[in-house]
Design a protein around this ligand. Structure first.
Ligand code: URA
Length: 227
């Protein structure tokens, strides 16, 4: 992104602060219960990736260009979870590489994070045609991949990006306006809800609220460090 565009995004967010963090080595495996045999089985990052790449468990495999597993540091403290890949993500196989992605990158920088230090995943690993909302059965089918990603990453904090991710992760139909500004917990991990950058691009009037959400997420994380 050129400097002018970047400053434009920062202006949208109403912020000017950023810094870099370094990358660390990924986790390799996690143990999870095998519901069929009641014995633990070992899950691996690379085999999970391969499973997602070859997934044909729902009809989205027929329309996708490629799956979008997620990107970043598989050992990250921060796990950002959004909805589903869009057109650019489907073409490039990476999350948040379209216009909303540029804004997300700037939102991250604003609280001192980079895409390399966090992990970004979506609830769905395949693009719904024409970016329609994910169907209930698609979410149900794909969700196991996200649970396994979360178990392997073992994040300290989860950020639900946008309404669809927040509602699914928190198993609620509450509107996003009621979910933000509160520390929720999923599997004992603090979870903060923030506006989706695509929504912010449509509704610039919410930029102040979005900035507050990010500050709140950062404060929650910092409190974890000192607890
Ligand atoms: N919107 C999302 O929810 N996820 C992406 O990866 C890109 C856009």
């Amino acid at each position: 992104m050129d400097e002018i565009t970047r400053l434009e995004y920062l202006k949208i967010m109403g912020v000017e602060r950023w810094s870099d963090r370094t990358m660390i080595e990924p986790n390799t495996a996690t143990i999870k219960p095998n519901p069929m045999e009641n014995k633990p089985i070992i899950d691996h990052w690379e085999s999970l990736k391969e499973e997602v790449i070859g997934c044909q468990q729902c009809e989205l495999c027929q329309t996708r260009t490629q799956t979008v597993f997620g990107e970043g540091n598989p050992n990250a403290d921060w796990l950002f979870i959004a909805e589903a890949p869009g057109e650019q993500e489907d073409l490039q196989g990476k999350p948040f590489v379209g216009t909303a992605g540029l804004l997300l990158t700037e939102m991250l920088r604003a609280i001192g994070l980079t895409r390399e230090t966090i992990f970004i995943a979506n609830i769905l690993k395949c693009r719904p045609p024409n970016n329609r909302n994910p169907k209930v059965d698609e979410i149900a089918t794909c969700y196991d991949y996200l649970i396994r990603q979360q178990a392997l990453i073992a994040p300290k904090i989860i950020v639900a990006v946008g309404r669809i991710a927040a509602q699914k992760l928190l198993k609620t139909n509450e509107p996003l306006s009621k979910l933000r500004g509160v520390v929720h917990h999923v599997d004992n991990i603090p979870l903060i809800v923030v506006y989706h950058p695509a929504y912010l691009l449509r509704k610039l009037s919410q930029k102040q609220a979005a900035w507050q959400d990010l500050q709140f997420a950062l404060k929650t994380y910092q409190q974890l460090q000192t607890a």
